[in-house]
Write a protein that binds this ligand. Structure first.
Ligand code: ADP
Length: 247
């Protein structure tokens, strides 16, 4: 039987702004199993970021409950929350968030610097993660010596380096052209086929089609939850560019 990695029950988040209450999330329930690949969609302001912040243990709900990998998040203090986040979750962002003066290897090592891991082991784990994303030969390059797609691969290697249970990606292809987006989706699919759970916000239906499941938000509510047969990014990449233009 599938093991849930995320169990959200009636999650609510209110923000108070200028004396007004904004109901960013109005009771969202969803269970995401280990090994799933979920696209989170919906118009701007629908609550996607708020949901991702809660799922990523970056914020606490004002109502409802959230269990991540068997741990009830509401019961944890700030330090415990940070520890759970570091152990369980790898984050990938639209604009990569790499340190500009550090090479790829140092960027990937970063999440381990505060983890008390010996330098040599850090190096080995970072090289392994860079190899996994196909960038072992670029370990000494700085971000400005890499293409956008390569920078995102470095960021994905950094997300993988602590062996997380879950990757949370916030519009990971938002800054990339369509062919590079396909390559990045092929990589996410490969990681997912290897067992990694992925939850990804995207505005682009072309990108969402690579996920196994789509959650759609509107006005702070989950309005749609459907399973789909994922498109095969590798197959689409193999097609002629002219064919892709026509598709
Ligand atoms: P999305 O990611 O789908 O664009 P958000 O989760 O960012 O939506 O926002 C949902 C609602 O909550 C919006 O109305 C937004 O203005 C509001 N909101 C988000 N963050 C804050 C905040 N820190 N303070 C006040 N209101 C916020």
């Amino acid at each position: 039987m599938a093991t849930p990695i995320i169990v959200a029950r009636d999650l609510a988040k209110d923000y108070v702004m200028g004396g007004h209450v904004v109901h960013a999330l109005r009771g969202v329930s969803a269970t995401i199993d280990e090994g799933d690949f979920v696209a989170v969609m919906g118009p701007s302001g629908s609550g996607k970021s708020t949901f991702m912040n809660l799922v990523g243990c970056l914020d606490r709900p004002t109502g409802g409950s959230y269990v991540l990998a068997g741990e009830e998040v509401a019961k944890l203090n700030g330090d415990q929350l940070a520890a759970l986040r570091n152990r369980r979750i790898g984050f990938v962002f639209q604009s990569f968030h790499l340190l500009p003066r550090a090479d790829a290897l140092s960027n990937v090592e970063l999440p381990m610097v505060y983890g008390g891991i010996a330098r040599r082991q850090r190096h080995e784990k970072a090289m392994k993660a860079l190899t996994r994303v196909g960038l072992a030969d670029r370990y000494h390059h700085r971000p400005n010596q890499l293409s956008g797609g390569q920078q995102q691969r470095v960021a994905i290697a950094r997300a993988l380096v602590n062996d997380p249970s879950l990757i949370l990606a916030d519009e990971p292809t938002g800054a990339l052209d369509s062919r590079t987006s396909l390559e990045i989706m092929a990589l996410f699919q490969e990681l997912n086929r290897g067992g990694m759970s992925v939850v990804m916000v995207t505005h682009e239906p072309d990108v969402a089609q690579f996920a196994r499941r789509v959650l759609r938000f509107r006005d702070g509510r989950l309005i749609e939850d459907h399973r789909q047969t994922p498109a095969d990014a590798a197959q689409m990449l193999a097609r002629e560019p002219a064919e892709q233009e026509a598709a």
